[in-house]
Design a protein around this ligand. Structure first.
Ligand SMILES: Cc1cc2nc3c(=O)[nH]c(=O)nc-3n(C[C@H](O)[C@H](O)[C@H](O)COP(=O)(O)O)c2cc1C
Length: 176
């Protein structure tokens, strides 16, 4: 799949079939997260994969933002301790940006591999930290739900380019 095609066609998918995701596909998605650019190449992330059905059910109870029944979930974590130790002053702030990029890589890889995925920020952070046995200094940032899509979502739309893109100075409407 072309990169631009993936960028434009990806959607948040919240309805999944029961078809299990093969390990090699999940591994590819995780490799896409691993390949992400990061400030100073600090790689301030960790990815926790949850697949066991009983654990997925428990995880859903800690995450009201999860809609539907994904067959796998990846928790994207920020290793604050690593970010600060290796990233110096401002390391944590830069690390947040890197986490955002890793999230997009995971979402695009999932789409490319035929999976549906949805980023979920609405979850009980303390509960998820305990559930995933996260060490001190590691925070859960996003849950990425995964599964084979049961429906093709309608694109929710975007603000027009003329509202968000300017030429030379902010607010100058003369665009391309
Ligand atoms: C940081 C972030 C947090 C989100 N949290 C949730 C969530 O808790 N539950 C949910 O169903 N969707 C969540 N979404 C998905 C957005 O609703 C979705 O990306 C947006 O409506 C645009 O739709 P699209 O992804 O299909 O382009 C989140 C997306 C982002 C980027």
């Amino acid at each position: 799949m072309e990169t631009l095609e993936a960028i434009f066609a990806r959607r948040s998918v919240r309805a999944y079939t029961e078809e299990p995701i093969p390990d090699e596909i999940l591994r590819r998605v995780l490799e896409a997260g691993r390949a992400t650019a990061s400030g100073g190449n600090v790689q301030p992330w960790g990815f926790v994969l949850v697949q066991a059905p009983v654990r997925l059910a428990a995880l859903r109870s800690l995450a009201p933002g999860i809609i539907g029944e994904p067959t796998a979930v990846i928790c994207i974590c920020l290793d604050v301790q690593r970010a600060v130790e290796l990233g110096g002053a401002g390391g944590e702030q830069v690390a947040w940006l890197s986490i955002g990029l890793a999230t997009q890589n995971v979402l695009l890889a999932a789409h490319d591999l035929g999976l549906g995925a949805c980023p979920v920020a609405s979850f009980h952070h303390a509960g998820i930290s305990i559930f995933l046995n996260l060490p001190t200094g590691v925070q859960p940032i996003l849950l990425i739900t995964l599964g084979y899509p049961a429906i093709k979502p309608t694109p929710p739309g975007r603000r027009p380019l003329s509202d968000i893109c300017f030429t030379e100075t902010w607010g100058n409407g003369e665009s391309l």
